[in-house]
Design a binder for this molecule. Structure first.
Ligand code: BT5
Length: 264
């Protein structure tokens, strides 16, 4: 991977700038910095390796050189899009699912709110961050990390949820730039549907563990709730039916979701 390979693979997409690093701390940090310096909508940062790859809530994202795809897309949402900021995160997860499904015939699901699973194992994580100047939104950064090759997959004892890679499911080697182009095509196409009923339907159709029992852990107070996954409400909250029969909605944030019955 290098800048000129990226440029030709992404030709025709509304990518305004491409910044390629052989190694960087975090592509999200680079993209936020570029936004703060005035970079336009569609600025893309790609790195072959990250030394400080970030997950949510201060967690670490492992990015193995040569085998992982790590990139961040800086966007400047329009006023209408700013009403749906919370949906940029599922948009990124959905885009990866759609790319895998439509372009590679690999079945993928979204573990609410936005991890991507293949065969119930995590192949992709999403970290969306907004950048504010006082009360004015400067932009959002869609950070996406995908395990492409086997070397990208951390061992089971180093991850909170079992991990896998795309090549395992595909059964053949895959060029990272090719997958990047496929995901970006889906990002830009889903962007025009952000917050719509069609977007919501697609999110529900890709939802993992639907109808199954899951456990949700709130990381703050250490509270736990078990329930059956019913779907996603119009605000993007996860709908659960509790054992008592009552229904609750869980907001994304400081929560961790896992299946109760699993062979993994
Ligand atoms: C995420 O956080 O899954 C979001 C990861 C986002 C990474 C991208 S890469 C490009 C951009 N630049 C960044 O610095 N970040 C973004 P979370 O849901 O908090 O999951 C983090 C947890 O996933 C870790 O605590 C590990 O348990 C596990 N993990 C770490 N690396 C992994 C990997 N390569 N594959 C699968 N699981 C991993």
């Amino acid at each position: 991977m290098n800048e000129s390979i990226l440029r030709s693979a992404l030709a025709g997409l509304p990518v305004a700038q491409i910044h390629y690093f052989v190694e960087t701390g975090s592509t999200n940090d680079q993209a936020r910095m570029l936004l703060e310096q005035g970079a336009p909508d569609g600025t893309l940062v790609v790195s072959n390796a990250q030394t400080q790859g970030r997950g949510r809530l201060g967690r670490t994202w492992v990015t193995t050189p040569g085998a992982a795809l790590a990139f961040s897309l800086a966007l400047r949402p329009s006023m209408p899009e700013q009403n749906h900021l919370a949906f940029f995160s599922p948009l990124a997860g959905l885009a990866v699912c759609q790319a895998l499904q439509l372009e590679y015939r690999v079945a993928a699901e979204v573990k609410w709110p936005n991890d991507v699973l293949i065969n119930r194992r995590k192949v992709c994580g999403v970290l969306v961050e907004a950048s504010w100047l006082g009360s004015r939104l400067q932009g959002v950064v869609l950070g996406i990390g995908i395990n492409v090759g086997l070397a990208a997959v951390p061992p089971d004892d180093q991850v909170l949820f079992p991990a896998a890679c795309v090549e395992q499911a595909l059964g053949r080697p895959l060029e990272r730039v090719e997958l990047l182009a496929a995901v970006l095509r889906q990002v830009f196409s889903l962007r025009s549907a952000l917050g719509s009923a069609a977007f919501h339907t697609m999110w529900q159709e890709h939802l993992a563990f639907r109808g199954e029992e899951v456990r949700v852990d709130w990381l703050g107070p250490g509270e736990t709730v078990d329930g059956q996954v019913l779907g996603i409400d119009p605000n993007g909250n996860l709908r659960l039916r509790l054992q008592t029969g009552s229904e609750i909605s869980v907001a994304a944030g400081d929560v961790r979701l896992r299946p109760l019955r699993t062979g993994l």
